[in-house]
Structure formats: C-alpha cells, structure tokens
Design a protein around this ligand. Sequence first.
Ligand SMILES: [Zn+2]
Length: 368
Amino acid sequence: MTQDAIPDLPEYNDSALDQAFAALAKQATDEAAAIATPDHLEAFRLRWVGRKQGRLNDVSARWLKAAPTNAKKAVGERFKTLKDLVDDLLDKAAGAGPSDAALAAEAIDITLPGTRRLTGAEHPITRTMNEIVSVFAALGYSVGVGPEVETDFYNFESMNFPPGHPARDTQDTLVIAGQERRPLRDRLLLRTHTSPVQMRTMELQPPPVRIVIPGTVHRNDAMDATHSPIFHQVEGLCVDTNITFSDLKGTLDHAMKALFGSSVKTRFFPSFFPFTEPSADVQISCIFCGGKGCRKCKFSGWIELLGCGMVDPAVFAFAQEKQPAYDPKRISGFAFGMGVERIAMMKYGISEIGQFYAGDMRFLNQFV
Ligand SMILES: [Zn+2]
C-alpha cells in the first residue's frame, strides 16, 4: 500500500470528478482484494477511514470542503458513493474471520472456577432411615420393600390381628373406598405398619431370613407435635433355627449403641403386639442427660424407642401356607420395629414432626 497523498483537484467539472473518484475507487478495491490477514485488514481500515490520516478524511478536506459552492453537490454525491464502497469493502474483508482483538475479547479463561450448582442432599428422614438400615446391613441383613396399598390379609390377618380383634383399634386405618363386596382379607387399605413385608418376605423365601424393611406407613391420626398421618418405620425380621430372646436383646443393644453411641444402655419391658410372643418395649438410657434425669426423659433417665418380640407361632402358621419350612417346632425368630421420625427428632433435637414434611428450605438446609 502506498502512502500517496490526495492531490488537489484541478477542475470541478463532471468528467474530472468522475475520473478522480474512479481512480480512488479502483485503488480501494484493489487494496481490499489484497487483504489476507487481520493485520492487513486493520491497516486498510486505518488508511481509508482512520480518523487522522484516513484517505476519506483527506478527500473530504481537500475536495469537498475546497469545492466552489456550485460544485459541492456533485462532489458530495461522489464522495458518498466512495465512502459506501469503502464501508462495503471493509465489511466483506472483516467477514473473512474475526480479528485477534475480537478473539481475545471472547476468550474463556478455563482456569476460573466454574458456576457452582446446588447439589441435592438427603432429607433428614431418608438419612436417618439409611443410618438405621446400614447398622443392620453390617450385621448381614438384607433390605426388603413392599406395597403401601396393602390387603387386610397382609396388614392385619397374617400378622395375627384376626377380624374383630381389639388390637386393630390401636391402628386407626385409612381404607380404600368401594371394597365392601370383597372378602375382608382382600380389601385394600393403606398399610399401618411395615410388618406386612415380614409375611411377604417369608412367603417368597424359606428360612433363614434376616431382613430390614424401611418404608412409609399411614394412619388416620390427627397431626400434632409428635403425630402425623404419614410417617416412616424400619421393621426387622430374623428367622433361623435356635434364635432366642437373648439374640434379640444382643442385636438391638448393638444397634442402639451403633445409632446413639457406645455409652447408651438398653432395657426391655414386657409389652403386647399381636405378631410377637413374648413382646417387649425397648428403652434406651436418655441420650440428653446420660440417665441422670431431664425434661426430655421426664426425669426417668430412660426413653422408650421401639417395640420387639419373638415371632408368634400363629404368624409362622400363615407363612407355612406357602413355605412349609416355617414350622414353629423347628425354627424361631424375632421381629422389631421403630419409628424413623421419633429417632430423627431425638438425634437432631427437633420438636415438631410437621417440620419434616413442610418443605421449608431453612429447616432442610441444616441437614445439607
Ligand atoms: Zn434425660
């Protein structure tokens, strides 16, 4: 590219103007055709439209401003055409590829930390349920699940709650409507405990059985600080030859120490459940005061936490209908069940059960 200056115009008639502008247009077109790199493009831009030394500025100053009044229009029109041509040439040349400056402006610094996404976290109920399950998984228990819509047979009858038995009244049941024509044992309800999965498991596999059953259960209970119509249980069942009550005590004592710390003590009180005989309530030494007595344990030093017992032979009799090996003369077993919410409330110091289900992020974020 030559740095040739714009000469003064000798004349302002049409043919002289056409000739002068045509020469510049050819010059610009030729130079634009030679552009091969972003540097060439930038040099072309400075040479033609640069603010200080640009040729268009020169043309404007020497030809347009110097033109006699009667020639201004003719020069102006031709100047405009030339300017449009140079703009076009610049646009076309720029389309060949982005300049280094443009690339640098768009560059991504891959060493910067990325955008942080919120990761999910376990709900405190799920976390507690998993903790309980893992304690028993470490003892060789497998995990079982079953349907939440259950038949009367599995939820009650096979668990030794005969029709009309008063023990049914202790579990206020939500039943599915429109079942009246079916036999009682086939009627559908929302399971009131995870115990029906005991029977479903025994029907599918002969002894030995070691299984924990986490799950959701439903009762027609009004919501208050410690009750909810939906809550969660973890059930356990162990069946084998020569299973005794001391196996039950040893297993639950170990589990409570694993869940609440090795200094926790357990004690067993006689109780009643239709599907175990004998049955027991299990208390642990108060985890808040260590057994000295405080408001949380009503100054007794003990907190009642779960129910358990030796599997009632009547339950084995129902299992025998599909698996003859559940002969109560040859095998024995124990079962236990605990409320997940109750344990989670104790572990995390939660006073309202409803907080688990409210979906309040301020509550849930504490468990992330
Ligand atoms: Zn206490």
